[in-house]
Design a protein around this ligand. Structure first.
Ligand code: SAH
Length: 460
């Protein structure tokens, strides 16, 4: 095959980033903007030894799973790689992905994976409680806001992403009008000039509280009281602040936040637990699915009341507090000190006294506590970042032999790798359940329950 040569193929699978995968004579092609089941004509672009990239020329026979993308800018944005696939098929794709990682990387024979149906959303739109919009100007010089086009920083004007809340559009209109009236410039990245960089908008889905934080390239926002007054007219507006970011950087938020109105945070609930969210705190972006995820983790933990539980990679303590409702004692470990401050504050807010938090790496805190202080665990919960658990952390878990290990994973490939090690060291996989936190995207969250064989034998 030569560059620009056109060929026909059937899309059989999908890559991690949502490109369709087709084959010609055993050679693999990645073709963007296609859906599993499409028969397409594609043109060769870049070729490596075992695989290549091709551009979609036309769809010869559309897949039965193909749907009209609801968003007018779905292709330019690239945020929702699966938007042209029916939601049912998206869920099936995610379930296959977990299954394949657990068998190929985890070493569990495919038919033995105790897979339960993936938890999808009833309405897979407007699920995000957080959005960050960049500001800039269009060719005509007008102030615009939207999102960055895939892989670049060109702003595509679009204020009503269907994943975000309906209030986003109204808030952005207020900010733009304010900027126009008071001649406040949007930030220009290339020249490192202008003031308004981004607007961060967050909403508490249960409380209805809204937060706006304007990220600026300066120390103060002129006429800020006027902006506050206008924003306050919106029902639910609880917190308005500015974040100072004068760096030449891709990082959106600055380190310093100056409060303009309200208590500096909004409050939200997941199930029976209350959380305080400030502009810089980490908080899961899909609260409806987060509740299902945490409830599954709690169910898998099988708590009866007196257990000692470790929650590793605990963030702001969301899972820790969820578990503390049913456990004797919960210990949380997290590397970011600010997150632990939030975790402690959240424990106080809920009047929970049976939780204790440690700042540090899970792979350092847990071994130290185990070896020096001989701490033990009935149940261990881990929720690591995409790279999975550190070897030293897994080693200590194996030594501690908890009855149950609940692994919450945002990347099923590293989950597979870690499950392999744990299975080789006395653990058995008992339940597996996916949870779709990002409809339209390719990521999937997985909860796995593992039990220790020796413990199972003891209780039997
Ligand atoms: N369980 C939380 C957060 C999960 S995200 C929730 O559901 O909200 C993973 C967390 O692991 C992040 O907060 C990150 O800061 C933290 N982290 C990353 N590496 C770590 C390590 N080596 N030890 C402890 N925590 C770590």
């Amino acid at each position: 095959m030569k560059k620009n040569e056109v060929f026909t193929t059937v899309i059989q699978d999908m890559s991690e980033d949502g490109a369709g995968i087709g084959r010609t004579d055993g050679y693999t092609w990645f073709i963007k903007d296609t859906v599993i089941g499409d028969v397409v004509e594609a043109s060769a672009m870049k070729m490596k030894k075992h695989y290549g990239f091709a551009r979609l020329v036309r769809i010869l026979t559309p897949s039965p799973h193909r749907v009209e993308a609801k968003c007018p800018v779905a292709r330019q944005c690239g945020g929702c790689q699966l938007q042209a696939m029916s939601y049912e098929e998206q869920l099936a794709f995610k379930e296959r992905k977990i299954r394949s990682h657990l068998s190929r990387l985890g070493g569990i024979p495919e038919e033995e994976i105790p897979m339960e149906p993936v938890m999808g959303m009833e309405d897979p739109w407007r699920y995000r409680n957080k959005a960050q919009f960049p500001f800039g100007r269009n060719k005509a010089g007008e102030i615009i806001t939207g999102f960055y086009a895939g892989r670049t920083h060109a702003i595509i004007e679009h204020e009503d992403c269907f994943l975000g809340v309906e209030e986003n559009k109204e808030i952005l209109e207020i900010i733009k009008k304010f900027m126009n009236e008071y001649k406040i410039d949007p930030y220009d990245e290339t020249a490192h000039r202008g003031l308004v960089r981004h607007a961060l908008i967050r909403k508490g889905f249960v409380t209805g509280e809204l937060m706006v934080c304007l990220v600026i390239n300066g120390d103060r926002l002129p006429h800020s009281q006027e902006l506050v007054n206008r924003l306050r007219e919106m029902p639910g507006m609880t917190s308005v602040s500015i974040s100072i970011n004068k760096e030449k950087t891709n990082v959106i938020m600055g380190k310093e936040v100056v409060n303009l109105y309200g208590p500096g945070y909004i409050t939200d609930w997941i199930g029976e637990v209350k959380y305080r969210i400030s502009p810089l705190s980490f908080y899961q972006v899909n609260p409806v699915q987060t509740r299902k995820l945490y409830e599954t983790a709690l169910e898998f933990a099988g708590l009866e009341g007196g257990e000692t539980v470790w929650d590793l990679y605990c963030g702001i303590g969301t899972i820790s507090l969820f578990l503390a409702q049913k456990a004797g004692k919960v210990y949380g470990v997290e590397i970011v000190p600010q997150a632990i401050e939030d975790a402690r504050e959240n424990a106080r807010l809920n009047g929970m006294e049976n939780v204790e938090f440690f700042v540090g790496k899970a792979e350092e805190v847990l071994p130290e506590q185990y070896e020096k202080n001989h701490v033990r665990a009935d149940v261990i919960v881990v929720d690591p970042p995409r790279k999975g658990c550190d070897a030293k952390c897994l080693e200590t878990i194996v030594k501690m032999q908890p009855k149950r290990l609940v692994y919450v994973s945002c990347d099923s490939a590293t989950l597979g790798r870690d499950v392999k090690y744990l299975r080789e060291n006395g653990f058995e996989v008992e339940r597996v359940r996916g949870c779709d936190m990002f409809p339209g995207g390719t990521h999937v969250e997985t909860v796995v329950l593992m039990s220790h064989k020796s413990q199972a034998a003891q209780t039997a």
